[in-house]
Write a protein that binds this ligand. Structure first.
Ligand SMILES: Cc1cc2nc3c(=O)[nH]c(=O)nc-3n(C[C@H](O)[C@H](O)[C@H](O)COP(=O)(O)OP(=O)(O)OC[C@H]3O[C@@H](n4cnc5c(N)ncnc54)[C@H](O)[C@@H]3O)c2cc1C
Length: 470
């Protein structure tokens, strides 16, 4: 009986997208039904690959009528298990909706389908001498729809803001199949509640984002990068606060630990150690050079040396230098994944609290022999990625158990600082149990009511962010 219903659904969905665009083979379900975290096991009815908004609308209308749950699938680079299909859902992939629809040179905006990759938008902007302000190491695969659904942050947030700041308008298909057209390119628009903001960061739980209009900026010119070797973490935040005194407006202010650097060098033979002597931490400062950056960076460096904030520094003089410095930072996630078991979180704190928090958690970590902590993150945004790592020898079960124990302790300290359990990756499935650490019950209740209002049957990405219980 259940199988008959499944076959009917498959036939109906094939009728909407075409038989070749409705995939039911186990390989495709495995491929489209999970994100970077691979929080299995994957279980889905089928993968639908619609080609336009009309097909998305028909799929959702059908799924709503039949009460089939739907998981939106973007580039599947998510780090919270948000795009995981585990309960026989219909996976809706935006992969074929990858057209750049419109470029407006006067307003400096671009309108795209949601399946366009982040990198494709960056490249399209660059072709017109403009710049898209979201940058992240997953840009080759992550999609604009996924970036919107996760309110992605990235390395340039300090200067350009996160995804929320890049989006002028969206088109979204509601669970009922209705098309909500909020896709304007207006910069000012005070007409009641700003509904598009609800979809930004909603992790696919309210509807499917099908199109977006994004802000572009003048392209930054002559970017320079400086890498500094730093003896301890408290000096990292001091270095950040020193930037303004030296009239340096960072376009990025990133940090990583000695262990992060070691793992990158181990797995990327073309990259070289930046300094003759290792340091405990490294800071990557990027600024735009309008003519005086070299002098300002030199003065900054001298002052930092005098105050014993840094042990060494190197400044980029060519695009090769610049790219080599950035490669050390951008290869961390991939290298960690190759090196052994890794679980990560992406907490946020007030910048002034970062050093105190890290001191407290690292004191706890030293008591754990199996798990190693590798740190990197976006200091300018108060966002640290804590990576729990262990060799593959440690069984997955033991690894998960030990990470859970440590994370509980870290999060209880985080609560004390009023930090966030997710700066940019979202809650998905993985951080759902910890949501109350950073949200009050009233907040969660209001979110549930909004969900219930837009998705009364609870078909959109159920079980993500919170259990709906509607
Ligand atoms: C190496 C690496 C580096 C990363 N660096 C960063 C970083 O610096 N900053 C950062 O913020 N993140 C980072 N991430 C995480 C990830 O790339 C982002 O969360 C990204 O925005 C996810 O986009 P995606 O298209 O891959 O989404 P997916 O993983 O496919 O989906 C993410 C969530 O969005 C939903 N979704 C996807 N598309 C849609 C749609 N069209 N409509 C509605 N819901 C949708 C999914 O259901 C899921 O809940 C990184 C990941 C990796 C692997």
């Amino acid at each position: 009986m259940k199988e008959d219903i499944g076959q009917q659904a498959i036939a109906a969905l094939e009728g909407i997208v075409g038989a070749s665009r409705l995939l039911t083979d186990p390989e495709s379900i495995e491929h489209y039904g999970q994100d970077w975290t691979k929080t299995g096991p994957v279980e889905a009815l089928a993968v639908a690959l619609p080609s336009d908004t009309d097909q998305v609308s028909k799929i959702l209308k059908y799924c709503s009528d039949q009460e089939y749950a739907v998981v939106p699938s973007g580039g599947r680079t998510g780090l919270a298990g948000g795009a995981m299909a585990c309960k026989g859902e219909v996976i809706l992939s935006l992969e074929r909706m990858n057209k750049i629809l419109r470029f407006d040179p006067i307003g400096a905006t671009i309108t795209v389908e949601a399946g366009v990759t982040t990198q494709a938008v960056q490249e399209a902007a660059a072709e017109h001498g403009l710049f898209f302000g979201l940058d992240l190491a997953s840009k080759g695969s992550s999609q604009i729809g996924g970036n919107i659904a996760t309110n992605a942050g990235g390395t340039k947030l300090i200067k350009y803001g996160g995804m929320r700041e890049q989006v002028l308008g969206i088109e979204a298909v509601l669970p009922s199949g209705e098309i909500l057209d909020l896709n304007t390119s207006l910069r000012k628009n005070n007409v009641g509640y700003d509904l598009k903001q609800l979809f930004i960061g909603s992790e696919g739980t309210l509807g499917i984002v099908t199109k977006a209009t994004l802000k572009l900026m003048p392209a930054p010119k002559n970017l320079r990068a400086m890498l500094m070797a730093v003896p301890d973490f408290s000096k990292v935040t001091e270095l950040f606060s020193m930037c303004s005194k030296h009239h340096l407006a960072p376009t990025a202010f990133e940090f990583f630990s000695d262990q992060a650097l070691a793992v990158v060098l181990k797995h990327n033979s073309s990259l070289k150690a930046p300094f003759a002597t290792d340091a405990k931490y490294y800071v990557l400062l990027e600024v735009e050079d309008h003519g005086s950056a070299e002098e300002a960076m030199g003065c900054y460096c001298e002052a930092a040396m005098e105050a014993s904030l840094i042990e060494d520094a190197v400044i980029s003089y060519s695009s090769d230098d610049f790219n080599s410095i950035w490669s050390l930072r951008e290869n961390i996630s991939e290298s960690l994944a190759t090196d052994g078991r890794v679980a990560k979180n992406d907490i946020a704190l007030a910048i002034c609290d970062l050093a105190g928090y890290l001191e407290e958690i690292l004191a706890l970590t030293n008591q754990n022999a199996d798990i190693n902590i590798v740190l990197f993150g976006h200091i300018g945004d108060g966002n640290i990625h804590i990576n729990y790592t262990a060799p593959f020898d440690l069984s997955e079960e033991q690894f998960k158990g030990q990470v859970k124990d440590l994370e509980e302790k870290y999060f209880s300290i985080l609560k004390k600082y009023r930090g966030s359990i997710s700066a940019e990756h979202g809650i998905g499935i993985l951080k759902k149990p910890q949501l109350p650490i950073s949200c009050t019950q009233l907040q969660i209740d209001l979110m549930r009511q909004i969900k219930k209002c837009i998705d009364p049957k609870g078909i959109m990405n159920p079980g993500k962010i919170f259990d709906s219980k509607i």
